[in-house]
Design a binder for this molecule. Sequence first.
Ligand code: CP
Length: 312
Amino acid sequence: MSDLQPRKDLLDIESLSLDEIEYVLENAVPFKQLFQRSVKKVPALRGKTVLNLFYEPSTRTSSSFEVAANRMSADVTNFTVSASSIVKGESLLDTIETLQAMRSDYIVIRHQAAGVPGIVAQHTRASVLNAGDGYHAHPTQALLDAMTFREVYPDYQGRKIVIVGDVLHSRVARSTSTLFHKLGVEVGVLGPGSLVPQGRHPFMTRLRDWDEVFEWGPDAVYLLRVQLERQEGQFFPSIAEYHKMYGMNSERLGRMRERDAYLMHPGPVNRGVEITDQAMGYEKSLISTQVENGIAVRMAVLHWLTPETQKD
Ligand code: CP
């Protein structure tokens, strides 16, 4: 840490240096080891407060941040947007001012609009952790994905991961692909032309179908959820058609097995769309490990960030 400049907020992956990424990923390892103990808590954030502010639904990220903050001994408040004055028309900046007055040390925020965590960060002394904003970024998801990949492939550099599905609407795809690229992992992409933006990620290898994917030789396949709630208009003929062309089925699973490839998914999973029930039981699925590593990574991030409230 001594060589790193203090950082107040975590808003995206693009602005992180390799040293910062390494720092978080390396520090997540001892936090994960804590989970084997009967007492899973450390006193690192005793007396600090963490506010979870989710404007969009979440299961994994919100509960993971809550567990992570609890394991760091912080006091956690979950702010329920649907039960707040926001539904009465309170503006974002007025909400921030109210939260600022509560003197939280960390604000974890998910919002449907890209850029909102950045705006909040400019208006508060608390450290802001982006828990997903629009199509823009989901940095802790990317960090937990990288931790998971590196656990199974300590020789991760030069390895290959293919991201499959709705890349266009996916903040996960944007952050995770950027992070893997920074770490020297090759990134491929497979999906309907309408859901794979041209030119956004020039470092990604565009693959046309599963035959090309398996010829390319991925070490892991990363399935994305089809984000129907974000799609205005029709991006593919039908769910059945999507499943047939891009879904993980028993034939594709057999080809994964032949190459010993791992399966990843950020959740929530749409069974019968991007993955079958059978594929969910694949022995080299890392989906549960991703969830577990999410807690360790978020503990490491909370430990690393420096709120300006610490200057008081
Ligand atoms: N991976 C992820 O962001 O899941 P949630 O929407 O459940 O938080």
